[in-house]
Design a protein around this ligand. Structure first.
Ligand code: B12
Length: 346
């Protein structure tokens, strides 16, 4: 079965696919009514109009809308964001490089490449010599200065990927993998809620701000042992003062359904790292509950054959920053993903 996005794509013979409002809304993680408002109020709509057909969005239209969404998430007023998106030249519309996007959207400065590489090298060296304290110290220092999104994206993902490559090349790194995973988890779990108000560091003696009630449920799917990206997501949301319920590794589909029944979340994020664990039935079961829940599938597992069997309406973010923004958008309210990057001192 084709995914909903695929089914809704109209493929012309020139100029790239044309998307329906529904497909664009899902891609951006906004409601169709929001798209309509942006069109009516700011003229930011589909540029093509075919007689007798629904209006379709071109690739350039979608890029403008992505810019609109990015800017509004960064706290720019909708009118100003729309003006900027409409005036942008096609070349300016391309998605900025992930590291720039992460920094912008979290309100942090970009982590200098040299600094990220030095931190990654330090962690890799400490891990190689099985020095847990040094791993912890390096991660803690990055989290304090750059926050969760940049530390995860710029430092930890490269270290983990390099480790994965060494494992694949037949090196014995399993003990290193376990030690490193332990310390990444520990440090991410110690990230405290960021301060409300203008960007600033929270003083050590300042009380930790209260979290909004947990309306976000996070879990790795059945048989899936990888959890670190979800732990990074939970930490980034905590920086944005949003609580989460996290069920951890290997949660069977029926237990997921029960957890949703019992806790009534607004957003559910399910992680699958490897194609073997990516069974979309869990999303079908959750969708069948008929509740207004934003369903989000995270992890490379879903990009395999599972993707085609995904029920309609499940969002598939491809980075931590995109997942944070998707959750915050679904939760609504005034908090933007900038808050996720505000300095959280611990
Ligand atoms: C740490 C680790 C473990 C730890 C996990 C600990 C934990 N608590 O999570 C342990 C030791 C338990 C483990 C176990 C196994 N692992 Co392992 N593991 C890893 C490792 C090194 C990092 C995993 C990770 O956190 N990745 C997250 C980031 C770092 O990687 P990524 O997903 O590729 O990131 C991309 C996107 O997902 C996105 N992204 C990044 N972060 C986020 C966050 C969000 C929210 C979103 C939406 C997107 C996003 O951006 C990245 C670039 O595009 C990877 C190597 C790797 N390259 O990932 C292997 C790896 C995933 N493991 C692998 C394997 C094979 C296993 C085992 C089967 C080994 C075994 N024989 O026992 C088992 C268990 C499998 C199972 N059933 O779950 C393979 C998977 C190969 C495959 N594609 O099938 C990998 C790729 C290693 C390799 N190169 O072969 N593993």
């Amino acid at each position: 079965m084709a995914s909903d996005d695929e089914r809704e794509v109209v493929r012309p013979t020139w100029g790239g696919p044309r998307l329906t409002a529904g497909a664009v809304a899902r891609r951006l993680g906004v409601a169709v009514t929001t798209l309509r408002t942006w069109d009516q109020r700011y003229g930011l709509g589909p540029s093509e109009h075919e007689a007798g057909r629904h209006r379709r969005y071109t690739t350039e239209d979608v890029r403008r809308l992505e810019m609109m969404r990015r800017l509004t998430f960064q706290g720019v007023s909708p009118a100003d964001a729309a003006r900027t998106a409409l005036a942008a030249e096609p070349g300016e519309l391309a998605e900025p490089a992930p590291r720039v996007a992460a920094a912008r959207s979290t309100g942090r400065r970009v982590m200098p490449v040299g600094q990220a590489q030095a931190a990654a090298r330090g962690i890799a060296r400490a891990a190689g010599s099985m020095d847990g304290d040094a791993i912890a110290e390096e991660i803690r220092s990055c989290l304090r200065t750059y926050g969760t999104v940049l530390t995860w994206t710029e430092v930890l993902v490269p270290v983990l990927s390099a480790l994965g490559q060494r494992w694949q090349a037949g090196h014995s790194v399993v003990e290193i993998e376990h030690l490193l995973s332990w310390h990444i988890s520990t440090e991410l779990r110690m990230v405290v809620p960021g301060p409300a108000g203008p960007r600033r560091a929270r003083a050590d003696d300042e009380p930790v701000p209260a979290l909004a009630p947990s309306r976000t449920l996070l879990a790795s799917v059945d048989e899936e042992q990888h959890t670190l990206p979800l732990e990074a997501l939970a930490a980034a949301l905590r920086e944005a003062r949003r609580g989460t319920r996290i069920l951890g590794a290997r949660v069977p589909a029926d237990a997921m359904v029960e957890a949703v029944r019992r806790t009534g979340p607004a957003v559910v994020v399910l992680w699958s790292q490897i194609p073997d664990t990516a069974d979309p039935t869990v999303f079908t079961k959750l969708a069948a509950l008929g509740r207004p829940i934003r369903l989000i599938a995270g992890g490379p597992g879903w990009s395999g054959p599972a993707r085609r069997r995904m029920p309609p309406g499940v969002a598939l973010p491809t980075s931590l920053v995109e997942a944070v923004e998707g959750v915050l958008a679904a939760l609504g309210g005034p908090v933007s993903s900038r808050d996720a990057g505000r300095r959280a001192s611990r």
